[in-house]
Ligand binder design. Structure first.
Ligand SMILES: CC(=O)N[C@H]1[C@@H](OP(=O)(O)OP(=O)(O)OC[C@H]2O[C@@H](n3ccc(=O)[nH]c3=O)[C@H](O)[C@@H]2O)O[C@H](CO)[C@@H](O)[C@@H]1O
Ligand SMILES: C=C(OP(=O)(O)O)C(=O)O
Length: 427
């Protein structure tokens, strides 16, 4: 297995082009199941999760073509001939977002058999809200042998769905299903992450009738059919937030290209409070901590527009080197502190009490061999490695490949001493 070696202590300086968002591209790819015309997505990141979704769609019978034009990667999807409506365990197990084929398949093809995703390193992550919403829209659902089997041979109908809990995935699944249901669907207490807005705009360009985009109350009038489209994937706010924290932790200065303040306002507010300068430029955002120490700030994760859970681990690495204490509270996932023991091995002073972690800043972190447990936990260890004294060796790099395009190249181009050791070299 590949590893990453980092020698810490170099302030990052330069510019980084922010890629298209993984969490937008994945649901956008499944829109091809809603139409028999071509869906073309531009600005698609080159990531393991995108490959997994491609495999899943191909298994359903979708024709997928990838095109490169300079640095822009496009995917052309044609779902005219769906031959198989099963999402098998092996693919869903690899990537939970596979469950996003459920809504589109039932809505347009009247049936789907999708493996239950089960839990993962960050929590139990049930899909009850997806299932309940589809049942309200008239789908018959049975759970057997680890699979969700959903049937709606006569199509779905509109419903008023009031989510008991805010869920990004359930909002996306039901939004897609509702575009082809008969009548009106209301999604109340819906999630309103920028990736959901991106999905809604793509669906509207395919002929869907959606009101309330950007709010927590979506109204969808079902249509008979959707047509093809070309859509550009929104920038990855989590990747941008990660590099903003990389600039801050190393005391460097980075310009993040193609990302606006609007997408990561809450994270930038916390960074500003901690003493990091965040300025909008014509091309994106400039992040700098040229002088002075970081100050500890308290952070609580919340659904958008609150501080994103997907930046919590990175913020914790940053706070581990700040002056004073910081309380980091995780409210979205029950087990998203797997990075704590690894950061502690690098010298961080962190105590977890239930859903909160008390981080007391230390003067220095030290390099160590560390183990990645999930995507964002892994990148928090990369951030810690960038500032630690000595070498950090990160194992289980495949977690990073799920969500960070060209991570080592992007950081190395800004002065980081970081390299990927391929399996043979890593021995
Ligand atoms: C591919 C993708 O976009 N992944 C993101 C998505 O995950 P995902 O869509 O899985 O996350 P959700 O917003 O659904 O989960 C939020 C909370 O709701 C719970 N829940 C969810 C569904 C359900 O049916 N029942 C239920 O109880 C979850 O266990 C969790 O505690 O949003 C998360 C929260 O911003 C992010 O961390 C993930 O990066
Ligand atoms: C948790 C994440 O992804 P997923 O929902 O695909 O596990 C993430 O992107 O941080």
């Amino acid at each position: 297995m590949d590893r990453i070696r980092i020698r810490g202590g170099r302030p990052l300086k330069g510019e980084i082009k922010i890629s298209g968002a993984k969490n937008a591209a994945l649901p956008l790819m499944t829109t091809c199941l809603l139409t028999d015309e071509q869906v073309r997505l531009d600005n698609v990141p080159d990531l393991a999760d995108i490959n997994t979704m491609t495999h899943l769609l191909v298994q359903h019978g979708v024709e997928v073509m990838t095109r490169l034009a300079g640095r822009d990667r496009s995917i052309l999807l044609n779902g005219q001939n769906i031959t198989d409506t099963t999402a098998p365990y092996d693919l869903v197990r690899k990537m939970r977002a596979s469950v996003l084929v459920l809504g589109p398949l039932v809505a347009r093809h009247g049936e789907a058999k999708v493996s239950l995703p089960g839990g993962c390193a960050i929590g139990t992550r049930p899909v009850d809200l997806h299932i309940k919403g589809l049942q309200q829209m008239g789908a018959e659902i049975e759970l057997a042998e680890g699979y969700i089997r959903a049937y709606a041979p006569k199509g779905l109908h509109g419903a008023e769905i009031n989510f008991a809990k805010i869920s990004v995935g359930a909002t996306e699944n039901l939004l897609m299903a509702a575009t082809l249901a008969k009548g009106e669907t209301q999604l109340i207490n819906a999630a309103r992450e920028p990736e959901i807005n991106d999905l809604a705009h793509c669906l509207i360009s395919m002929g869907a009738k959606i009101e309330g985009v950007g709010t927590n109350h979506l109204k969808i009038q079902g249509v008979e059919r959707l047509h093809g489209t070309t859509h550009r994937v929104v920038a990855d706010r989590i990747e941008a937030g990660t590099y903003a924290m990389a600039a801050a932790i190393t005391g460097g200065e980075l310009e993040l290209l193609g990302i606006g303040h609007d997408l990561i306002g809450s994270a930038l507010a916390s960074l500003s409070q901690a003493g990091v300068t965040c300025t909008e430029t014509e091309r994106g955002l400039k992040i700098a901590r040229a002088n002075g120490a970081l100050t500890g700030v308290d952070v609580m994760t919340e659904p958008y527009p609150g501080f994103p859970t997907d930046l919590q681990a990175q913020m914790m690495a940053l706070m581990a080197t700040a002056e004073g204490a910081s309380m980091i509270t995780e409210t979205i996932f029950e087990n998203r502190f797997m990075h704590v023991p690894e950061l502690t091995r690098m010298g961080a002073n962190i105590n977890v009490h239930g859903a909160s972690a008390m981080v007391r800043g230390v003067k220095r972190l030290t390099g160590a061999p560390v183990m990645a447990t999930d995507l964002r936990a892994s990148v928090s260890l990369v951030l810690a490695g960038l500032v630690a004294e000595g070498d950090t060796i990160l194992n289980r790099v495949y977690h990073l490949d799920r969500g960070y395009e060209k991570l080592t190249q992007k950081l190395a181009a800004c002065g980081a001493e970081i390299e990927r050791l391929t399996e043979a070299a890593a021995e």
